[in-house]
Design a protein around this ligand. Structure first.
Ligand SMILES: Nc1ncnc2c1ncn2[C@@H]1O[C@H](COP(=O)(O)OP(=O)(O)OP(=O)(O)O)[C@@H](O)[C@H]1O
Ligand SMILES: [Mg+2]
Length: 585
């Protein structure tokens, strides 16, 4: 219920103050002015409240009423989330467009989930059963890819008095009644959850299963786990958005949540146009059937940008609680931090590093802390993986957002300007990046893909590091001082970089490599390295190696051999293994 709690006394951009307020809570959702603009209370001082308003505040003036809701800002969680495009405070953009045209009218309200749509509900409990929060009441086929599990909302627990039979239900229909402490409570297909509060779970699981992304440099050198947190920092135009898009398209999560946070509108348009057309290779269905998009582009109100990250992560946790693996892409967290800075500046808080508020590290930590693999309240296992991009001004990683994020994540894909300039994409630097998950998921790769994965991976990392040192030597004294085996090493690293690390996101065969293809390619390159060393020892020249057909086959393998033609890699490997012996091929 909305009651007038006070009247506006001051308006400063997205921040609005009201005086003489009798009753209000911190983080309470409010509606401001005659247009009922949505906002949130961010400061209470005596009888004065400060609110951040999620819409354009130009029409507001002192004297207009403020309505309190008595509840924190919350999102609606239920069937219909998948495939929808929301703004930062979970208003469905296509519904809003129908109501107000291409430009969003002020104060327009639209329920996040369609109230009229009928869903086929199939109960899983019966009258008389005892249920606890998080238990599965029944299921709804949300899309062809996602079975929506209707969960008992927290903190409801008790005996099921009644539950509907298998039938078509709308979100407004009561699907079950539960008694709790002698009172009957209705259960609907959807529930609400405050965005700033993490959803509850039973315990955290160890992170052991990789999130396969199909991007070779990521999966093989800097892997991420299901439930992990990754930062992708990179200067202007280094490929952050493309990396995020590639992951959203190809990673093996069940659900994808893409938060376009303060980025350019046309990048979001790209997602909107391309995602529905892309067919998920695992299921053969459109990608939108497992995706939720949250769009808060650079021209949309800044306060809503701050909220968009929380809206996204709360939806992610909801699907995690059903036992799904969810991946959240936030592009870019720098724009979100800038929104924090702007709001904090207007609140006249004491600025810390580069004008960011002193609580920036806490906010970042709170956000990345919401990643993780968990045992849910009903005993299922699900995870939320967060991949957040950072756009440091001038590409300087010493700035506060990158530095504070570094402390919250265990995987860091540093995008390198020089690589991007040389059109080496993805421009993930193999020198500056790291993944502390490599050890944990080594067992999975060794058990499922290749027993030698750990050894091969260490070998190639070793070669890349030696290459870096040798390059310094060459820079100082020229290439003539290098011994033959060092020249071979440089040659191998060149092959590895161009064949393996570079991966086009626009080539139909190359855009995605299954783990088996990655391991085979790595084995072939390392095998070729050993063969070249032997061949050089027995008198073959480097020139001869460079001109060999086999070398050009190795260089071409990523384009020439598809994910389903693994036997061709095995044939190539056999040829490589005979190289030194047979000489001139
Ligand atoms: N994997 C890739 N394959 C081919 N081209 C790529 C790849 N990654 C990036 N590019 C090229 O780099 C360009 C810039 O990439 P992108 O828009 O992702 O950069 P960004 O870091 O998000 O930039 P901004 O800082 O402006 O947000 C793309 O338009 C594309 O041409
Ligand atoms: Mg970008």
């Amino acid at each position: 219920m909305l009651n007038i709690i006070g009247y506006i006394s001051r308006v400063a951009g997205p921040l609005v103050e009201a005086a003489s307020v009798a009753e209000a809570q911190m983080l309470e959702m409010v509606e401001v002015g005659d247009d009922h603009l949505i906002g949130e209370i961010v400061r209470l001082s005596g009888k004065k409240i400060t609110m951040q308003v999620y819409e354009d505040t130009t029409s507001l003036r002192p004297g207009l009423p403020v309505y309190g809701s008595g509840m924190p800002l919350a999102v609606e969680l239920g069937p219909g989330l998948i495939g929808t495009i929301y703004d930062g405070i979970q208003r469905p953009l296509d519904v809003i467009r129908l109501a107000s045209g291409s430009y969003i009218q002020k104060g327009i309200h639209a329920p996040a989930l369609d109230r009229k749509k009928r869903w086929h509900f199939k109960p899983q409990v019966k009258a008389g059963d005892n249920v606890a929060p998080g238990a599965v009441m029944g299921t709804v086929p949300e899309t062809a890819l996602v079975e929506h599990r209707v969960l008992v909302p927290h903190p409801l627990c008790g005996r099921v008095v009644s539950i509907v039979d298998e039938s078509e239900c709308t979100l407004d229909d009561i699907i079950a009644v539960i008694t709790m402490n002698g009172r009957e409570k209705p259960v609907y297909l959807y529930q609400r959850w405050p965005v700033r509060q993490g959803r509850l779970f039973r315990s955290r699981d160890r992170l052991t299963e990789p999130l396969i992304t199909g991007q070779r440099v990521i999966d093989t050198l800097f892997p991420v786990v299901k439930g992990g947190a990754v930062a992708v920092p990179g200067g202007f135009g280094t490929g952050k958005t493309i990396v995020q898009h590639q992951l959203a398209k190809w990673c093996d999560a069940d659900i994808i949540i893409f938060i376009g946070c303060g980025e350019r509108g046309n990048e979001m348009t790209d997602v909107l146009l391309s995602f529905p057309k892309i067919i998920d290779p695992r299921s053969g269905r459109s990608l939108m059937e497992r995706t939720i998009l949250i769009a808060n582009t650079s021209n949309m109100p800044v306060a809503a940008r701050e909220a968009s990250i929380y809206t996204g992560i709360t939806c992610a946790e909801y699907y995690r609680d059903m036992g799904y693996h969810v991946a959240v892409m936030a592009d870019s967290t720098s724009r979100w931090a800038e929104a924090l800075r702007e709001l904090s500046g207007r609140m006249e808080e004491l600025p810390a590093d580069e004008g960011f508020p002193a609580y920036l590290p806490t906010r970042l930590a709170e956000f990345y802390e919401r990643a993780g693999a968990v045992e849910t309240l009903s005993g299922q296992h699900g995870s939320v993986t967060i991949i957040g991009s950072i756009s440091p001004p001038g590409g300087d990683f010493a700035e506060p957002v990158t530095q504070h994020t570094k402390r919250c994540v265990r995987c860091f894909w540093a995008l390198d300007k020089d690589l991007a300039n040389a059109r080496h994409y993805p421009s993930i630097s193999w020198i500056e990046s790291y993944s502390e998950y490599r050890e944990e998921i080594g067992d999975w790769w060794c058990a499922h893909i290749d027993p030698d994965w750990r050894v091969m991976q260490q070998e190639i990392m070793g070669l890349l590091q030696q290459e870096e040192r040798l390059k310094q030597v060459v820079k100082l004294v020229g290439p003539d001082v290098l011994q033959d085996n060092q020249k071979v090493l440089l040659e191998t690293c060149l092959i590895f970089r161009t064949t393996f690390l570079q991966q086009s996101s626009f080539d139909a065969i190359d855009m995605f490599s299954v783990p088996q293809k990655q391991a085979r390619m790595l084995r072939i390159i390392l095998g070729f390295h050993k063969q070249c060393l032997e061949a050089i020892k027995s008198g073959m020249t480097l020139e001869h190696i460079r001109k060999s057909r086999l070398r050009s086959d190795v260089l071409k393998m990523k384009w020439a051999i598809g994910n389903a033609e693994l036997e061709k890699f095995d044939a190539l490997r056999r040829e490589v293994e005979a190289f030194a012996r047979e000489g001139s091929v």
